[in-house]
Design a protein around this ligand. Structure first.
Ligand code: FDA
Length: 393
């Protein structure tokens, strides 16, 4: 049985950063993962350029049953700390939009950087290792794997959530949490495209590939970003964002002309240019395909504005400023970027990420019930929670 100070399960964003942080403090660290490659999600993130942090990260950008839990770790390891690491490794980056920082070249640079940090401080990363059994006796964790057995007084669970099983996601983190007496809050897919009911899917199929800027909202949140029609339903940043706040059966409100009071605008146009056709106006505001699909669906007549009464203009305005769409569901974990819910943070120290129930056990990253918005916030949580645990193990 090999003995180390710290065993970490999961060589993703959080596990790698925690390993280097703990090793830099002189701890002997072994990081185990069943995958062939470390940091697989990092590699495909941000379209291959990894949106590795967000300059404006704040606790308001996270969902959790306990919204206060993330505050301590985020304030002690900020985006600027991670940016300093990125700069130390000479990785060029840029802000794309809304504080989102991406690599200029490739997400591979971030994985290389994390691996180099592990290497510098002597943290061992062992891949292709199946976890067969985890037990605790005499103040030690024993981890039996397909590659041998390992023992440590500190065990860090960094197995992530359930999103993208083809990249190696499994429920191991939740299972281990429950094995050691932790409660796991219900999990569901987040930052995920919506699917539509068959009738809507058919109706909007020909709009597939079309993007428009919208405000997607429900009673819990609101996001002003692009929306994309897909052949299954709706996607794009605004939809992914609101999906994390959506519950099955609910409608989502879409403002298709966020900066326009459509009713006031239509009434003004009716006075100024009464001969203008209603459908012509719609085609000036939207791509033709979308304008005509909306008009046909709602049976808006092909009339001049002069012949449109207030009731009709009000109906058009309500649809455009507050289109109610009821998704059939989401695309699920297959395409979700994150998993909502997870290990209950009430049973974990917000300062160190240590279990309040089991000595020497830590949880970091996505396995915890902390989920960020789209835009680099999830990696920032991975780095910050990993740092908190790495400084404490
Ligand atoms: P992560 O999932 O990274 O790592 C978990 C590790 O545990 C994996 O290496 C896995 O192989 C291992 N593991 C799981 N089960 C195991 C088992 N049974 N045995 C052994 N090992 C096991 N976020 C962001 O901020 N900016 C972005 O640009 C993106 N983009 C993005 C794109 C896509 C397509 C996805 C799916 C996700 C994103 N994200 C993102 C989210 C981000 O990738 C995610 O929040 C972090 O990777 C979470 O880091 P963790 O280390 O907690 O889990």
């Amino acid at each position: 049985m090999s003995q180390v100070d710290v065993l970490i399960i999961g060589a993703g964003a959080a596990g790698l950063h925690c390993a280097a942080t703990a090793a830099a403090r002189g701890k002997s660290v072994l990081l185990l993962d069943h995958a062939k490659q470390a940091g697989k999600k990092i590699l495909i993130s941000g379209g291959g350029r990894c949106n590795f942090t967000n300059m404006y990260t704040s606790p308001e950008n996270f969902l959790s049953q306990n919204p206060h839990f993330c505050k301590s770790a985020l304030s002690r390891y900020t985006p600027w700390d991670f940016i300093a690491l990125v700069e130390k490794h000479g990785i060029a980056y840029h802000e794309k939009t809304l504080g989102q920082l991406f690599c200029d070249e490739s997400a591979k640079d971030i994985v290389r950087m994390l691996m180099a940090e592990c290497d510098t401080y002597g943290a061992r990363v062992q891949l292709r290792t199946e976890i067969l059994d985890v037990s605790y006796a005499n103040d030690q964790y024993q981890v039996k794997t397909s590659q041998g057995s390992y023992q440590a007084s500190k065990l860090v669970i960094a197995c992530g959530g359930l999103s993208m099983p083809k990249l190696g996601a499994t429920p191991l983190g939740y299972q281990l949490a429950e094995q050691f007496g932790h409660s796991v809050l219900p999990v569901r897919a987040g930052l995920v495209p919506f699917t539509l009911h068959d009738a809507d899917k058919e109706r909007y199929a020909e709009l597939s590939g079309l993007a428009v800027d919208v405000v997607a909202s429900n009673e819990r949140s609101s996001f002003k970003e692009a929306m994309l029609f897909t052949h299954r339903g709706l996607s794009g940043p605004s939809i992914l964002q609101i999906s994390s706040y959506w519950l099955p059966g609910e409608a989502v409100s879409l403002d298709l002309l966020p900066s326009t009071d459509v009713l006031a605008e239509l009434q003004q146009l009716r006075t100024d240019r009464p001969k203008l056709g209603l459908r012509t106006v719609l085609q000036q505001w939207f791509p033709k395909r979308l304008a005509l699909t909306l008009a046909d669906q709602h049976q808006w007549p092909d009339k001049n504005l002069a012949d449109c009464n207030n009731a009709l203009l009000t109906q058009v305005a309500e649809t455009l400023n507050s289109w109610q769409v009821k998704p059939n569901g989401t695309e699920g974990y297959r395409t979700a970027e994150v998993t909502l819910g997870g290990v209950n943070t009430d049973e974990v120290s917000s300062r160190t990420m240590a279990s309040n129930l089991q000595p020497g056990l830590f949880f970091i990253g996505e396995v915890l019930d902390v989920t960020g918005w789209l835009g680099g916030y999830n990696f920032q949580w991975a780095w910050a929670s990993a740092n908190a645990a790495g400084e404490s193990v």
